[in-house]
Design a protein around this ligand. Structure first.
Ligand SMILES: Cc1cc2nc3c(=O)[nH]c(=O)nc-3n(C[C@H](O)[C@H](O)[C@H](O)COP(=O)(O)O)c2cc1C
Length: 158
């Protein structure tokens, strides 16, 4: 019925832990296959094989890590071919107000320029999940939910 890739960059493990929870949530939806991938092992072309893509990044100076930006820049080769796929994002930062939301916003902007379908959340983290340092229980619940809702949308669109 569909598949979802959870792609992340993580230097000290916080974003990776969030990605694992999101993949757990996506994989819990019947008929949807979830895959977890380090951005370093995920060439941009690979995104073409998925119905949904969830991207996570640490916040670096209020923006996504260059590895994630490179992924999007590389995707210009097949611009238009991600149109209609589902997208979501999450980010980790050191500080409250440290730029988590601007990082998420940058990722969602790139997805929208691709014509991807992105969605919000009326409670909790509206744009995508944010974590200050290592994910706590709240972040865990939101990441699992982000994965689940992405996978449910993928299944509905199939
Ligand atoms: C180059 C660099 C820039 C950073 N910039 C910010 C920042 O602008 N705001 C912030 O709150 N944290 C910033 N941080 C902290 C990281 O976003 C934070 O430690 C994050 O949880 C790391 O994620 P990771 O464990 O997945 O690598 C920065 C860290 C580095 C190495």
């Amino acid at each position: 019925m569909g598949n979802v890739a959870v792609i992340y960059y993580s230097r000290t493990g916080n974003t990776k832990a969030m990605a694992e929870f999101a993949a757990q949530g996506a994989g819990s939806v019947e008929g949807v296959k979830a895959e977890l991938a380090d951005i370093n092992d995920f060439p941009a072309e690979k995104a073409l094989s998925y119905d949904g893509i969830i991207v996570g990044s640490p916040t670096y100076y209020g923006s996504m890590a260059w590895q994630i930006k490179k992924f999007f820049d590389d995707s210009v080769k097949f611009h238009g071919k991600l149109s209609g796929k589902v997208g979501a994002a999450f980010a980790s930062a050191a500080n409250i107000g440290g730029g988590n939301e601007t990082t998420i916003s940058g990722i969602l902007d790139a997805m929208m320029i691709h014509g991807m379908l992105v969605f919000g959340r009326h409670m909790g983290d509206h744009y995508g999940v944010v974590s200050i340092g290592a994910p706590d229980e709240r972040v865990k619940e939101q990441c699992v939910d982000l994965g689940e809702r992405t996978a449910r949308l993928v299944a509905r669109l199939a």
